[in-house]
Design a protein around this ligand. Structure first.
Ligand SMILES: O=C(O)C1=C[C@@H](OP(=O)(O)O)[C@@H](O)[C@H](O)C1
Ligand SMILES: C=C(OP(=O)(O)O)C(=O)O
Length: 449
């Protein structure tokens, strides 16, 4: 398996011909992690088609193996998992190394922590900076012991699960599908009902998959934008088939590349249109983007569509904080689109961006500065002053801070800037989108590594 490690490898992009053609993006990262996890927690066999074989997901697969699943790769994207079942997890013989993956590590803390086993979680320099208290706090209420932790509730950390996990009702302190999911997954091995209340609805892949595997989940509206999700504990999950839809967060990169590169006209096939993931598309359409949703259909229980995207004149808009959960990973690439727009784009309430693979507010601002794009950070808002299609580019290599989305965003920017753009390290792209370079080149992009 490939791990995104080693010495930094700079990558550069420059403007060239318009982008043309049709591509299919790889499988969704969120659903791919969950496919492995639900496979582990089921009885019998789970078959997955279209799994994202990015480093993050492969780490989750390894952790699931260490906890007792039998996992085989039968063909590219086609995986078979024979589960250990809820309550059937074994003590892992080694530390669980999640690399760069927040989702994998946090969801698996809920899984392993709710079993009477001892598990140690670790990751790379980026993961070691990310806050885990948001997971440890509710897990502690559920009876889990945090045996040790790095300063400030970070990995490396060790959990010891109780004999019987306590079901809780918990209101998440941040709009986070990872927090919600960790608690629900821990609730699977608790007697009785576990309820998670979120003030703002976040991606619902865990809820959908719980039902798909046979659990009983009730979702009630909570306040204006929130939800209360209640899970009946200790169901018997049965292995099943999963078709992973393509990842809208990966589609975002060729999509914005086509919008900003003059003359472009591309089709992105079968992009997942789950409404809790389409905030970027909503925003770009408000900005004047030509994005057509063609051939809408159902794939793997999600609506998907072919997106025809053409180069467009964009206008700056205000992106309300309420939209953040539906586009949380897309702000770096939206900032790139905004740099080419006419006028100012204000993105409101981006505090969660500070605790991703990097401080994405700071990393985006630094990259914009290298490219000569006027911008401001006002509190938790990012303002990008667009220059109507004309962006200088150039500057020093953009510092990616072990963050795949920063790397891909500024490589996309370089496809339409006057001077080429370089990012200091392209290695982390493999965490979520290992086929980024070949797919972009297939559309005609000039990217050199
Ligand atoms: O649940 C998930 O699969 C994810 C949730 C989001 O994180 P938060 O829950 O921290 O917002 C997102 O940034 C991440 O890429 C994937
Ligand atoms: C935030 C991200 O991932 P994670 O939290 O899983 O590391 C991301 O993919 O942009």
């Amino acid at each position: 398996m490939s791990h995104a490690h080693g010495s930094p490898s700079p990558v550069s992009s420059r403007s060239g011909t318009p982008l043309k053609g049709r591509i299919r993006l790889p499988g969704d990262k969120s659903i791919s992690h969950r496919s492995m996890i639900f496979g582990l927690l089921s009885i019998g066999e789970t078959r997955v088609e279209g799994l994202l074989e990015g480093d993050d997901v492969l780490r989750t697969a390894e952790a699931c193996r260490a906890l007792g699943a039998t996992i085989t790769r039968e063909a590219p994207g086609r995986w078979r998992i024979v589960g250990a079942g809820i309550g059937g997890l074994k003590d892992p013989s080694d530390i669980l190394d999640f690399g760069n993956a927040g989702t994998g590590s946090r969801l698996m803390m809920g899984v392993a922590g709710s079993h009477p086993i001892t598990s140690t979680f670790d990751g790379d320099a980026s993961l070691r900076k990310r806050p885990m208290r948001r997971i440890l706090d509710p897990l502690t209420q559920m009876g889990v012991t945090v045996v040790s932790e790095a300063e400030g509730g970070r990995v490396p950390l060790t959990l010891r699960g109780p004999k019987e996990t306590i079901p809780i009702t918990y209101e998440t302190p941040a709009a986070s599908a990872q927090i919600k999911s960790a608690i629900l997954l821990a609730g699977l091995n608790s007697p009785g009902k576990t309820t998670v209340i979120e003030r703002e609805a976040t991606r619902d892949h865990t809820e959908r998959m719980l039902r798909h595997f046979g659990a009983s989940v009730e979702v009630a509206l909570h306040g204006a934008d929130g939800r209360a999700i209640t899970l009946q504990g200790q169901p018997e999950l049965r292995g099943t088939e999963i078709v992973v839809p393509t990842d809208p967060s990966s589609a975002a990169f060729p999509l914005v590349a086509a919008l900003i590169t003059p003359g472009s006209d591309v089709v992105l096939e079968g992009v997942m249109m789950n409404p809790l993931r389409t905030g970027l598309i909503t925003t770009l359409i408000e900005m004047g983007a030509s994005i057509e949703r063609l051939n809408e259909r159902d794939e793997g229980g999600e609506t998907v569509a072919d997106l025809r995207v053409r180069h467009s004149r964009l206008t700056g808009v205000t992106v309300p904080h309420a939209r953040a959960p539906a586009m949380i990973d897309e702000y770096p690439i939206l900032a790139v689109a905004a740099a080419f727009a006419d006028g100012t784009t204000r993105m409101q309430g981006l505090h969660e961006l500070r605790v991703k693979e990097s401080d994405r507010l700071a990393a985006v601002a630094a990259g914009l500065a290298e490219a000569g794009v006027e911008h401001e950070i006002q509190g938790d808002d990012l303002l990008v002053h667009g220059s109507n299609g004309k962006v200088r580019g150039g500057g020093n290599p953009v510092a990616t801070h072990l963050d795949h989305r920063i790397a891909m965003s500024f490589l996309v920017m370089g496809l339409a800037t006057a001077q080429p753009m370089t990012v200091d390290d392209g290695a982390m792209i493999a965490t979520s989108f290992p086929s980024f370079l070949p797919l972009m080149r297939e559309l005609g992009a000039t990217i050199q590594d």
